[in-house]
Design a protein around this ligand. Structure first.
Ligand code: ATP
Ligand code: MG
Length: 458
């Protein structure tokens, strides 16, 4: 079987040097760590006479003893051939077509071996195009397995696991690099970063996630090429940033971004945050908490993270507008809009996130109001939890008084009748002005003026 695959592969590549093949005794990956759906998919493809390997992140993570996020499969079958083999499958993608094979709740991504465009070669070939600055515009040319390995980014991302023979096929020294915890670009790093500048962000993300060092030759061109990220469509940059921030390794990832000078076009506020100790404390508390939540399998809202990253810019804008004579409320709403718009000039994130970000921010001054019915209304606010978590982070970094957090903690824990006693009255005896607590629905806006402190944003 292996010889047949080999011939197939060699037959398709002209400069084949062949992979180093590691048996199980050397790579140590147990087949039972592979998702049953991925095993079933490779088996079906192999039975039909195609080459099929688990590839990319899953092999890398298993080699490092980590739990893979998902399982991707690479094959020499064309997307149509794959599609024909699996009843529950779908062709997706426009730039390169891949097949999603469905198996219960899970999806396995099956990609046909593709070749990497080489700048200067085949320029008249419509399927191999680079822009003048070397940026890869298309790479949807099918190729052999060796071509497929060469078009991948880092050596540890170009490992193929043969599920039938339990072997790892390594074309670029990825197994050795994994052992050395080294992130190394395949080919000439500057050329590969120019082809796809997002690979620079990926380098920062993988170094943080895997706790690898970036190989010096891979790292060297990044500072000079970082500006090329400007050319990347916002949606792709945003997706990549979210992967970094929501990876469970955001604390390290953000530091790595700044260390490589990659933050300018995506998270420019890092300059303002990471050079100032109290702000740094806040950001690290926020990133650390989110990382913990994600690693413990709890949910974490990207909007919360963005609210944290932009908080100090928003506060500064808010203070400035108040100094210029605006009321606290008007200044707050203007500052929130200004801050979000300014961030959009660097990295645009979807407007659907604005609502939650603004609500979290707008709740902050409301925590200071502990008289009358206000704390009760705040407690019923749909974003109370997120707002309070944000306040906790602020208190931990000295941006809000501990006493305020303690009060709110006690207020939440107290039985209904005891809460009235806790109110801090600015006029009149404690508790007198309290209205009975009730759930407010969105349509239950109350009489005009009553909700003057409720953020208008949704
Ligand atoms: P993760 O665990 O974060 O998903 P991953 O390595 O699986 O990591 P993906 O973005 O899912 O990363 O991509 C799958 C594989 O596709 C990578 O391992 C790599 O081989 C290849 N790849 C993805 N993006 C690029 C790119 N921009 N340039 C070259 N190869 C890429
Ligand atoms: Mg992946």
């Amino acid at each position: 079987m292996i010889r047949r695959w080999f011939n197939k592969v060699l037959g398709k590549t002209s400069t084949a040097t062949g992979p180093v093949i590691y048996p199980v005794a050397q790579h140590g990956i147990q087949r039972n760590r592979i998702h049953p759906c991925a095993l079933k998919t490779t088996r079906t493809l192999a039975d039909a006479g195609y080459a099929a390997f688990v590839v990319g992140g899953a092999v890398r993570d298993l080699l490092l003893g980590r739990e893979p996020k998902d399982f991707d499969i690479a094959t020499d079958a064309t997307p149509e051939e794959v599609r024909a083999l699996f009843r529950r499958s779908r062709l997706i993608g426009r730039r390169f077509r891949i097949v999603h094979v469905y198996c219960g709740q899970d999806t396995i991504e099956v990609t046909t071996f593709r070749a990497q465009n080489i700048q200067g070669e085949n320029e008249d070939d419509d399927d191999r195009v680079t822009a003048e600055d070397g940026m890869l515009l298309r790479d949807n040319v099918f190729g052999g397995q060796e071509d497929d390995a060469a078009r991948r980014d880092f050596t540890v991302n170009a490992l193929y696991y043969d599920t039938e023979n339990e072997e790892v096929w390594d074309y670029h020294g990825g197994v050795g690099d994994a052992r050395k915890r080294r992130l190394k670009m395949i080919g000439d790093p500057a050329t590969r970063f120019r082809e796809d500048p997002v690979r620079m962000l990926r380098a920062a993300r993988f170094a943080a996630k895997l706790d690898f060092h970036i190989d010096p030759a891979t790292r060297a061109p990044i500072a000079e090429l970082a500006h090329m990220l400007e050319r990347i469509p916002s949606a792709r940059l945003f997706d990549e940033m979210m992967k970094l921030l929501m990876s469970g390794h955001a604390e390290r990832g953000v530091r790595q971004l700044r260390a490589e000078g990659l933050h300018h076009g995506v998270l420019p506020m890092l300059d303002r945050i990471l050079d100032d100790t109290p702000r740094q404390r806040f950001l690290h508390a926020a990133l650390h908490d989110t990382d913990e939540r994600i690693r413990n399998g709890q949910s974490a809202a990207p909007a919360f993270m963005l609210a944290c990253l932009l908080w100090f810019d928003m506060q500064a804008a808010w203070a400035k507008l108040q100094e210029s004579g605006q009321t606290q409320q008007t200044a707050l709403f203007d500052a929130m809009d200004d801050t979000l718009e300014r961030q959009r000039t660097a990295l645009a994130f979807p407007r659907r996130m604005d609502g939650m970000i603004k609500e979290i921010w707008a709740l902050q001054p409301r925590f200071e109001q502990r008289n009358g019915s206000r704390p009760f209304r705040l407690l019923d606010h749909p974003r109370f939890r997120a707002g309070f978590d944000f306040l906790l982070l602020r208190a931990r970094s000295g941006d809000a008084p501990d006493e305020l957090v303690d009060w709110w903690q006690r207020f939440q824990d107290a039985p209904d009748d005891a809460r009235a006693e806790m109110l801090v009255e600015s006029n009149g005896p404690s508790g007198k002005k309290r209205r009975p607590r009730r759930r407010r629905s969105r349509s239950d806006a109350g009489p005009a003026g009553e909700n003057a402190d409720t953020p208008a944003s949704q």
